[in-house]
Design a binder for this molecule. Structure first.
Ligand SMILES: Cc1cc2nc3c(=O)[nH]c(=O)nc-3n(C[C@H](O)[C@H](O)[C@H](O)COP(=O)(O)OP(=O)(O)OC[C@H]3O[C@@H](n4cnc5c(N)ncnc54)[C@H](O)[C@@H]3O)c2cc1C
Length: 258
């Protein structure tokens, strides 16, 4: 391992959980000075066999106050980072940049009634941090989490998401959270079965949840594969929704998951 520097520190793997052959979660030790806004990401690094570092962006999936940092990861069989990550064990160390980055945060939105969090695959990760932020529960009237994956076994974190409703910090608002699973390959009871952009264009998502999307009430976050993000963004733009910027708050925030 290189020597820790002003730019990065070493972090120990404290916990690892395999959801499926393609998906795992892990927790890293956290330096007391590491701060982030829910929705941001950090760059994690590990060393290849030849000693060269590989750095990859990872969204924090844990609460800002947790003593550890949690991440939700894809496993790409020949991926430079994840093919090595999946072989690591508790006690091994990674590198983490000291500075969290990113603008996929709720403070870029104008006030609205409903926060829609649309994510596919590991695009769920930033929402797990956002949903562990008390202000999210106070600020919006409905928190609509839509998680898409190929199959039901890839819809990870369902029990943890359900348990968020009774967290003591926001239990009085617990009813605000609405969860909708979406699968594209399997059919699964309670899930919808189509790509997210089509569910938006056809109006099926709104119909299934009985919640209309509107310029006035809806603030929409989109995180997942670049194709999904682009197509969902387009489907929403066709209905008048606009990308939100810090200087010009509007309706949509997007983040590509790679
Ligand atoms: C802002 C940002 C945040 C990110 N947050 C996360 C995160 O929280 N969790 C996470 O697993 N990855 C995340 N990524 C992707 C991550 O940086 C790596 O691409 C991923 O860990 C795979 O690394 P790799 O070196 O093994 O493969 P790479 O060489 O990086 O990727 C190889 C191929 O694998 C596919 N791929 C890469 N990442 C994913 C993914 N997440 N889901 C499905 N297919 C993928 C793509 O087809 C890509 O071309 C994020 C990327 C960005 C830009």
């Amino acid at each position: 391992m290189d020597t820790p520097s002003d730019k990065w520190s070493s972090a120990r793997i404290l916990w690892m959980h395999r959801w499926s052959p393609r998906l795992l979660s892990f927790r890293l030790s956290r330096e007391p000075g590491f701060r982030f806004v829910p929705g941001q990401f950090a760059r994690l690094g590990l060393l290849k066999e030849n000693g060269a570092p590989v750095w990859r962006a990872y969204s924090m999936a844990s609460a800002t106050w947790d003593e550890h940092l949690e991440f939700y990861s894809i496993v790409v069989p020949d991926g430079a980072f994840t093919s090595r990550l999946e072989k690591m064990q508790v006690g091994d160390t990674l590198m983490i940049e000291r500075q969290a980055i990113g603008f996929f945060t709720t403070n870029r939105f104008a006030d609205g009634r409903d926060l829609w969090m649309l994510g596919t695959g590991t695009g769920l990760a930033p929402y797990l941090a956002i949903l562990q932020d008390e202000t999210t529960w106070q600020r919006f009237e409905r928190l609509i989490l839509v998680h898409g994956a190929r199959s039901g076994e890839d819809l990870a974190y369902q029990a943890e998401i359900a348990a968020l409703r009774s967290h003591p910090l926001w239990a009085e608002h617990g009813h605000k959270l609405i969860y909708q699973g979406v699968t594209t390959r399997d059919t699964l009871a309670g899930a919808l079965h189509a790509r997210l952009p089509e569910l938006i264009s056809s109006g099926s998502l709104e119909a299934a949840l009985d919640i209309p999307l509107s310029l006035e009430a809806s603030r929409i976050m989109i995180c997942g594969s670049p194709a999904m993000v682009q197509d969902t963004h387009k489907a929403l733009m066709a209905r008048g929704f606009r990308l939100s910027r810090l200087a010009a708050p509007a309706h949509i925030a997007v983040e590509n998951a790679w």
